[in-house]
Write a protein that binds this ligand. Structure first.
Ligand SMILES: CC(C)(COP(=O)(O)OP(=O)(O)OC[C@H]1O[C@@H](n2cnc3c(N)ncnc32)[C@H](O)[C@@H]1OP(=O)(O)O)[C@@H](O)C(=O)NCCC(=O)NCCS
Length: 131
């Protein structure tokens, strides 16, 4: 279960706060997406975020940084998958690569009605919710 790049994005001025660094919420949103991309490796289901356990914002992310989200499955249950996400920023000016954020979250596979299902079940991503 090695780290792989789930997402790679360039941070834009619209994502910044008044100090010129990137809002933590923007990074969190990408962390959530990266978690979904990692979870899908375990089954093509509807996956929901059950928890974001811990997020350490270790260094700021700056406008123009190329930000990579590395994911790794660290634990699997029946319907849940725990994922570690390491966020790395490549600085615009210097191309230096720094770890900026680390997070853990849990994704749960659910059926079309939002009920948890084993992620080994036949895929559910295509199913529409029943009325
Ligand atoms: C996640 C959710 C499906 C779990 O529902 P539930 O009734 O607790 O489901 P279950 O009791 O069957 O548990 C299912 C699995 O989720 C895990 N789980 C439930 N709540 C959890 C939590 N807060 N943190 C970590 N894991 C959790 C359980 O440990 C279990 O794991 P396992 O199957 O591997 O043993 C439900 O809480 C939910 O739909 N939450 C909203 C998800 C969402 O919309 N996320 C986006 C936020 S806007």
């Amino acid at each position: 279960m090695n780290d792989s790049i789930a997402l790679c994005v360039v941070m834009m001025p619209r994502d910044s706060n008044v100090y010129g660094t990137i809002f933590g919420g923007i990074i969190l949103s990408y962390i959530d997406q990266a978690g979904f991309i990692e979870a899908r490796k375990h089954g093509n289901h509807r996956w929901v975020t059950a928890s974001i356990d811990k997020v350490d914002f270790e260094r700021p992310v700056c406008i123009g940084d190329v930000v990579r989200f590395y994911t790794k499955t660290i634990k699997t249950g029946t319907s849940s998958v725990s994922i570690e996400i390491i966020v790395e920023s490549e600085r615009l000016a210097t191309a230096e690569k720094l770890q900026v954020t680390k997070a853990r979250l849990t994704m749960v596979s659910v059926d079309e009605n939002g009920k948890s299902i084993p992620f080994t079940s036949p895929q559910t991503a295509h199913k529409k919710a029943s009325a």
